[in-house]
Design a protein around this ligand. Structure first.
Ligand code: GLV
Length: 311
């Protein structure tokens, strides 16, 4: 019997859903809440944003699995036992969902959705001239499991996509740039900027005031990476002054976004409560069970993250 310590952020209401989903594939599994005393016997932790210090108390732990594609919530815990492998989820269905969110917010911006919604309130049947988007340049920052799907999808919609990453990735079907100077070049030459980077030491605070000011006037910023990659007040200022046309954000420095946050008062910033791609137990349970079985057989589990690179 494998005991799994489970924690899904502040609300553990999905424990039974995950347990039942796992039982369909593997009967020998039992789930317990991470905060329960019994969790100290667990060999596996399946967690999102666990309370700091708690994982270090689980002395029998052999595998930590993030309940999302990102693992940055785990690095925040400095007591995290370094010898335990950490896996992240890589799920084509989540990448697909995220690409659809990007398309939804990007096309809503390019086709003036919010303008027409405001006109509807006044029953005004009023036309703006349509933007020419055929072959429009779009920069996608982060071209891993998610970013490459987003970039391909945008390319299929006739955008001219350049993907940016810190290191060269093979076999991409779109233009790719790497390194600091290419980053600056893309910032200056693209109107559409889409951040899908993992949060690491090198991507933290990447989008600063200076970077927003270097974007062409009228640029649009989309973020489904992490809030901490962005100087939020600089972004707000760039939108308020009209330098940027707006932004669509699914991630924030503090989540839930506090009710007093000034983003709520800026109509040109569209706010999404971290829903661009939600984890679906049905589509990811197989890889979790495969990794648990690998660990038990002394093999390397799949989708293990590199603690040095932090993703
Ligand atoms: C969501 O942000 C995830 O990391 O899956």
């Amino acid at each position: 019997m494998t005991l799994i310590a489970f924690h899904d952020g502040d609300d553990n209401s999905s424990l039974d859903v995950w347990h039942n989903c796992a039982l369909k594939i593997e009967k020998n599994m039992s789930f317990v809440s991470l905060t329960d005393k019994q969790a100290e016997k667990a060999e596996v932790a399946l967690v999102w944003n666990p309370p700091k210090g708690r994982l270090a108390e689980l002395k029998k732990l052999k595998l930590i699995c993030s309940l999302g594609q990102g693992v940055d919530h785990l690095w925040k815990d400095i007591s995290l036992p370094a010898s335990i492998p950490i896996m992240r989820l890589i799920d084509p269905f989540m990448s697909h969902a995220l690409s659809q969110w990007v398309i939804a917010v990007l096309l809503d911006f390019l086709r003036d959705g919010s303008f027409y919604r405001s006109k509807r309130e006044k029953r005004e049947f009023y036309k703006l001239s349509q933007r020419d988007t055929f072959g429009m340049d779009v920069a996608v920052y982060g071209v891993g499991a998610i970013g490459s799907v987003v970039a391909n999808t945008l390319k299929n919609l006739e955008f001219r996509v350049t993907g940016w990453s810190q290191t060269q990735k093979p076999h991409l079907l779109f233009e790719q740039e790497t390194g600091k100077s290419a980053f600056q070049k893309l910032i200056k030459s693209n109107l559409i900027h889409i951040c899908l980077l993992p949060l690491t030491k090198s991507t933290k605070s990447l989008f600063t005031k200076d970077i927003f000011m270097q974007m062409p006037k009228g640029a649009y910023f989309i973020n489904a990476g992490r809030g901490e990659q962005v100087d939020e007040m600089a972004l707000l200022d760039a939108v308020r002054t009209g330098h940027l046309s707006g932004a669509a954000l699914d991630v924030f420095c503090e989540e839930p976004l506090p009710k007093t946050h000034p983003f709520w008062d800026e109509k040109k910033i569209s706010i999404w409560p971290h829903v661009a791609a939600q984890t679906n137990p049905e589509t990811v349970i197989r890889q979790i069970i495969d990794s648990i079985q690998a660990v038990k057989l002394g093999r390397r589990p799949i989708n293990i993250v590199d603690p040095i690179r932090q993703y």
